[in-house]
Design a protein around this ligand. Structure first.
Ligand SMILES: Cc1ncc(COP(=O)(O)O)c(C=O)c1O
Length: 505
């Protein structure tokens, strides 16, 4: 027998011998039943002590790779499972290829996926991050929903997190309350009362892993397959995908310059049967930016009461308002316990923080808390604790004030540039709040929108057509421009470049 054992790699010599022999067995170079060299001979060949080889053989024996008795001959085990003997995957570490992740090659076998498993692949065309098309090449990326991450007070945050890490008690290493860290829930309730006229006790607040999880948990506890969910059209597509993933039947409700057309909500008994909830973004309609007036808010609450439906209020970016008093939240007007309020720290702090919150009518608390516990126990404690400090020490409101000023200047730069370069060719909406605007191009047919976005991307300008946010095809050519993460200069240069591009035709 050719001696295959080699001393290679790092670590104790016995371990190197063990690894070498194990690899030869698994890769089929040492067949089942093959006699291994005597320990004395192998030790001499490798210039190691016999004890070293004995230790390696003992390890292989314990793990079932070899049989026999040390001293009277060792043999490769005859009964290694077939699968263990196949050659290892030698491809380099990296993203899986499309053919590996697709089930196309298994067409003959029925899909192993559940209805939910199949549904999410169909409804969520967004690629997973590793496969995402990189926008790094875009010099002027008017990406929506992106706060000014570089301006986040990193140093303060680092200090608060470090302080919490240093003082970690045994208690905070254990499971926490599924509803979240109590001081944070208290701070959120207090802030929402002051800033958004949300009426709640801290007990009604549940901290979640981003508002995306809030939407998911609420849908799980309220919507059965086939139940109806009404939503704004256009709308936040992340919400639509969640409703569809749970088998909801969607009822798109048109949106005008005042937001959801409450008068278009279904009224007939046959239409409202099993209509579980209405999803909307009343304070800054996503994506048009319309603000739902009080009359419509009251009409909506009346409709929900009459038809026994819940209202899911997504208040994702209303912290940013320009020169106006914020409109009171729908939740603050609700006297019937019908409004479920969702908020997030993604737009005010940073998206990777993954902390959002729900304010629930008391009747839904037990079920939602159980859903949260089942899903992920609770949102990570350390970040919640640091965030509670960040809020209670005034850093949150300070950061908010600075962000508001900065975003207002960036918004002004955007509006001025659009006005300067496009004049009457564009109609801009959603300027009163939030961190993006909707731009309707009067001179373009909606069918040409994607081609324009592609052309703009090639020139380094990221603009985002409204189409993915609509169930019914949009009648106007409109795109979204996020501005919070770009400097005023970038904004002006980007819009100038876009205008030049369009002039060239
Ligand atoms: C309207 C709306 N709701 C919810 C979310 C999700 O936010 P989060 O990062 O908290 O999951 C977004 C994200 O862009 C959004 O635009």
């Amino acid at each position: 027998m050719t001696l295959l054992v080699r001393l290679r790699g790092q670590g104790p010599k016995y371990h190197q011998i063990y690894c070498s022999l194990r690899r030869d067995i698994l890769e089929g170079r040492l067949r089942p039943g093959t006699r291994l060299p005597a320990t004395r001979i192998l030790a001499a060949d490798l210039s190691v002590s016999r004890t070293t080889v004995v230790l390696a053989y003992r390890q292989l024996f314990v793990e079932g790779y070899i049989t026999g008795r040390v001293g009277s001959g060792s043999f490769v085990a005859p009964t290694l499972p077939e699968t263990m003997l196949s050659p290892p995957d030698r491809r380099p570490v990296g993203e899986l290829t499309a053919s590996e992740t697709s089930s196309a090659k298994d067409k003959k076998r029925p899909s192993p996926l559940s209805a939910y498993g199949k549904q999410i692949v169909d409804v969520s065309p967004l690629p997973v991050p590793g496969q995402k098309k990189s926008h790094t090449a875009l010099r002027y990326d008017f990406k929506i929903g992106q706060p000014a991450i570089e301006e986040f007070p990193h140093e303060t945050w680092r200090r608060l997190v470090q302080r919490r890490v240093r003082s970690l008690s045994v208690l905070s290493l254990n499971y926490g309350d599924p509803r979240g860290y109590s001081p944070l829930r208290g701070a959120i309730a207090e802030y929402l009362d002051r800033a958004r006229a949300v009426k709640c006790r801290p007990e009604q607040v549940v901290v979640v892993t981003g508002s995306q999880q809030a939407l998911d948990l609420v849908t799980r506890i309220l919507v059965d397959r086939g139940d109806k969910v009404a939503l704004e059209d256009p709308h936040y597509q992340g919400a639509r995908q969640i409703f569809l993933s749970h088998g909801a039947s969607l009822i798109p409700i048109p949106v005008d310059k005042e937001g959801l057309r409450v008068d278009s909500l279904p009224k007939r008994r046959s239409e409202t049967e099993n209509l579980k909830m209405v999803y909307l973004t009343p304070s800054h309609q996503f994506p048009t930016g319309a603000v739902l007036p009080l009359s419509r808010r009251l009409a909506l609450l009346g409709w929900a009461k009459k038809h026994d439906a819940f209202i899911l209020e997504d208040d994702y970016d209303s912290e940013f308002r320009y020169g106006e008093r914020p409109v009171e939240s729908l939740q603050g007007l609700d006297r019937e316990g019908r409004v479920i309020y969702v908020g997030t720290f993604s737009k005010v702090l940073y998206p990777a923080l993954r902390i959002g919150y729900l304010v629930l009518p008391p009747s839904l608390l037990p079920s939602l808390t159980a859903a949260k516990w089942l899903t992920d126990r609770h949102t990570p404690s350390l970040e919640q604790e640091a965030l509670a400090d960040f809020v209670s020490r005034g850093h949150f409101e300070r950061h908010l004030r600075r962000s508001r000023l900065r975003n207002a200047s960036r918004r002004d730069a955007l509006l001025e540039s659009l006005e300067h370069h496009f004049g009457k060719d564009v109609k801009i909406s959603g300027t009163r709040s939030g961190i993006h605007v909707l731009v309707e191009l009067r001179t373009l047919r909606p069918s040409r929108l994607n081609a324009l976005a592609q052309k703009a991307a090639k020139a380094g300008v990221g603009i985002y057509p409204i189409t993915p946010y609509c169930i019914n095809p949009p009648k106007k050519a409109a795109f979204l421009l996020g501005y919070a993460s770009l400097s005023e200069k970038q904004i002006r240069d980007g819009i100038r470049r876009l205008a030049e591009l369009m002039k060239k035709g």
